[in-house]
Design a protein around this ligand. Structure first.
Ligand code: SF4
Length: 274
């Protein structure tokens, strides 16, 4: 365990960057507006389900104007599988109208403006700005770290923060994480949270952070903890693949790097910037 929180954060990030070099957003979108819609829909929902829903949604409503003029009940039905669909549909429709009325039909590119949109809090604004406009994100005085459920959980387990409140967690992380890593931290923690440090059964024995993590081997029954602690530690010798992804990692081609904004805009929908 590294005593200094800043040093702990830097070491955690160094190891996770090596472990997940291409960590990036997995929501599908074709432009800045669709990214905003997808992020709003992702609240309390898996990215996989959101991508299933948006595949049809983005076909049915191709432009911001289509959402602004949508029938609310129809929009609710379209986003219903993502849960909390009354509020999500209401926020999407109201955001589309505000973007047309106040921002010339373009999703704004500052945190302050994004935060004026209905249903957009700091997590959503950070995700949208960081992915859609990395240069604007890097300069924005209000930019920060998107704290989702994985960032919340891992930050606590790794001893980086002293709160379970997402707003306080963001504030505490901003004080110890180098600014250049604010955006990337979210996707590194999401990858590690999904693959290893899961909510219910973290696989500490397979974790690259086990020797610096204050929560390592503290989960489950005493017998389970003893068994985990006695198991061969990572790096102590060859270990069998413990995760489906590990089994393919050695032979798989590297995934493409995080999709650039230009690629996502100009790929699927020919550069529409709505
Ligand atoms: S050692 Fe265990 S609790 Fe700590 S980050 Fe790794 S999986 Fe999570």
């Amino acid at each position: 365990m590294v005593d200094d929180p800043k040093a702990q954060a830097i070491e955690v990030l160094r190891r996770l960057k090596a472990e997940y070099p291409d960590a990036h957003i997995v929501l599908d979108y074709g432009n800045r507006w669709e990214l905003l819609v997808a992020v709003i829909l992702s609240a309390q929902c898996t990215d996989k389900k959101v991508n299933e829903v948006t595949a049809k949604l983005f076909e049915k409503y191709p432009t911001v104007e289509d959402y602004a003029g949508a029938n609310l009940a129809e929009l609710e039905a379209a986003v219903r599988p993502t849960g909390f669909y009354h509020n999500k549909a209401k926020h999407i429709l109201a955001s589309a109208r505000q973007i047309l009325a106040d921002f010339g039909g373009e999703v704004p590119t500052t945190m302050a403006e994004l935060l004026t949109l209905p249903g957009v809090a700091r997590k959503t604004a950070n995700v949208v700005l960081g992915n859609a406009d990395p240069e604007a994100f890097a300069k924005d005085p209000d930019a920060g770290i998107a704290v989702d459920t994985h960032v919340n959980r891992l930050s606590q387990r790794l001893g980086l923060v002293t709160s379970s409140d997402s707003e306080k967690i963001e504030t505490q992380l901003l004080a110890i994480v180098p600014r250049d890593d604010w955006f990337r931290l979210t996707y590194l923690f999401i990858e590690h949270g999904r693959a290893i440090c899961t909510g219910q059964r973290p696989r500490c024995v397979d974790c690259v952070l086990q020797d610096i993590c204050p929560s390592a081997f503290t989960f489950g029954t005493p017998a389970a903890r003893d068994k985990a602690a006695a198991a061969p530690k990572r790096g102590a010798g060859p270990k069998p693949p413990s995760h489906p992804r590990d089994a393919t990692r050695a032979t798989a081609k590297p995934r493409p790097q995080a999709q650039s904004w230009a690629r996502s805009v100009h790929g699927r929908r020919g550069g529409r910037s709505g």
